[in-house]
Design a protein around this ligand. Structure first.
Ligand SMILES: CC(=O)N[C@H]1[C@@H](OP(=O)(O)OP(=O)(O)OC[C@H]2O[C@@H](n3ccc(=O)[nH]c3=O)[C@H](O)[C@@H]2O)O[C@H](CO)[C@@H](O)[C@@H]1O
Ligand SMILES: C=C(OP(=O)(O)O)C(=O)O
Length: 480
């Protein structure tokens, strides 16, 4: 299929906004050297200071990009983070025939001239969010064939709830040749229905909400996920003419519309990235500020960090300051226990990073992972820094070392996004040099990672095996 702009055909380093959103004309001369999976080199043990800007939310941007498939006309999305995941999502939309353009730093998506209802399976396998196109494609075009999704290897991550929900809306759904094939055979399209989810899956709620927006009649989804990203997606869909009520509660009421119309929308700030920088400040016993943040999306982490001894100040409506400097907090931070839960509980995506922090705090902490059954693979790597952690099933006991016995730099491997980022945090706190390979996992979810860390004073360098230290692509979204 002829493509106006496919960022994945170019080997630009992952951590540059330019790679997704640059003027297509400027992408006509791709670099010659293939980019190898990069490593991060961290000389740790020093404190951070200053201010960090929080990017748009990955987990909002992905379903909202998928939701543009529900809409006639163009959608103008602002604050989309430049990540390998959003680049992959752009490529998925392009593989269907969508037109993606940027204008003044915004991404404009038009899905009117779609040529296919089967996205590129190789791209779908790279992330979880690509699978979310299933609902919009089926609802708007009456059929869709979507390969099984990838994403972090943190559990079995089935898709049964997506399938049952689409069947409840009247679709025929089959799994054939590793692809989900769905169609509506009544000649009219999906039909609204009332059903409940066995567990409040974020992706299933999003997929079914999008599908129900174009179904005939009313849909009620009970036991829906309540994550802030659901509210953000509902905000975009409502702007496009959808009738969605109850987003952020456990029951969604959707009144189907014949058509939705593309609209302008700004993606909310990434709560997981904000939490990550809070934890980076805490593990290095530093004082930093950040914006924009939405406090109500961060309550469970803020409560724990306050109890640990961090001082947290709300500088303004969207600006937060965190101090874990020993003078301000007493000798050290106190460990605490967490149990991951769906929102508003403690987010599973912050579990690995919190584990890194707890390994430096006083006392014994208990971490219970209840959302995914296999989200502990970072433990063996954290142990290489000298962290004292024992795992039994989905529970980890962290024997905090306290400041007196710091972590030591190490050579480690990232095997998933947040687990990989927990190694970055450990590297920032550890005495000496840390080398983290597999950093492409981390690039899925952190925009301008080393630039943001360098801006806070961290000694972090990106290396590729072919070219040594990589170029610092400091191109900002606004400047494009
Ligand atoms: C792209 C994206 O938004 N990813 C997020 C999304 O993932 P994702 O949407 O995949 O996570 P889910 O909320 O679906 O998963 C939660 C639990 O539900 C189970 N389940 C899910 C679907 C299904 O059909 N059957 C089933 O049993 C899963 O195995 C898991 O145990 O929410 C997770 C939970 O907050 C986050 O960690 C991910 O960062
Ligand atoms: C698990 C995550 O992403 P995904 O669902 O795309 O694997 C994450 O963002 O931490």
């Amino acid at each position: 299929m002829a493509s106006k702009f496919n960022p994945l055909r170019y080997d630009l380093p992952p951590n540059t906004r330019a790679c997704l959103f640059q003027d297509p004309k400027q992408l006509s001369s791709p670099p010659k050297t293939p980019i190898q999976d990069p490593k991060l080199i961290i000389n740790g043990g020093s404190t951070l200071s200053g201010h960090v800007s929080i990017s748009g939310s990955k987990n909002s941007a992905l379903p909202i990009l998928a939701a543009t498939l529900c809409c006639s006309g163009s959608s103008n999305l602002k604050n989309v983070p430049c990540l390998s995941d959003t680049r992959t999502m752009a490529s998925i939309l392009e593989s269907l025939g969508a037109q993606l353009m940027t204008f003044n730093g915004e991404i404009v998506v038009n899905t009117d001239g779609l040529l296919s209802v089967e996205p590129d399976s190789a791209e779908i396998r790279k992330l979880r969010g690509g699978f979310f196109v299933l609902g919009p494609l089926l609802a708007r075009f009456g059929e869709a064939t979507v390969g099984l999704p990838g994403g972090c290897d943190i559990g079995t991550r089935p898709i049964d709830l997506y399938i049952h929900g689409l069947q409840a809306l009247g679709a025929t759904v089959e799994l054939r040749d590793g692809k989900v094939q769905a169609h509506v055979s009544n000649g009219k399209g999906l039909t609204g229905a009332s059903f409940g989810l066995d567990c409040p899956s974020v992706g299933a709620t999003e997929t079914l909400m999008m599908a129900a927006c174009l179904a005939e009649g009313n849909t009620v989804i009970s036991n829906a996920a309540q994550e802030p990203e659901i509210i953000d997606l509902a905000g975009f869909l409502t702007n496009c003419g959808a009738a969605v009520e109850g987003a952020g509660t456990d029951t969604l009421y959707i009144s189907g519309r014949r058509r939705l119309y593309g609209s302008e929308y700004s993606i909310m700030p990434d709560r997981i990235e904000a939490g990550t920088y809070m934890l980076a400040a805490a593990i290095t016993r530093s004082h930093i500020s950040m914006s924009p943040v939405i406090y109500s999306n961060l309550t469970s982490l803020l409560d724990k960090l306050s109890r640990a001894g961090c001082k947290i100040l709300h500088l303004s409506d969207d600006t937060l300051e965190l101090s874990a400097v020993p003078g301000a907090t007493g000798d050290n931070l106190q460990g605490f226990s967490i149990k991951t839960r769906p929102f508003p509980g403690f987010p599973t995506d912050l579990q690995p990073l919190t584990m890194a922090l707890l390994s430096t705090c006083k006392g014994i902490s208990v971490i219970e992972e209840t959302v995914f059954e296999n989200r502990m693979s970072h433990v063996t790597e954290l142990q290489k820094f000298g962290a004292k952690i024992q795992v039994c099933g989905s529970t980890a006991l962290v024997f905090g070392k306290g400041n007196a016995s710091p972590l030591c730099g190490s050579q480690v491997i990232a095997t998933d996004l947040r687990g990989g980022m927990s190694l970055v945090l450990a590297g920032l706190a550890a005495e000496g040099c840390t080398e983290i390979s597999g950093i492409s996992h981390v690039d899925r979810g952190y925009e301008s990672l080393e630039m943001k860390l360098q801006g806070l004073g961290a000694n972090v360098t990106r290396m590729t095996s072919s070219s040594g230290p990589s170029q610092n692509f400091g191109i900002s979204f606004a400047s494009l």
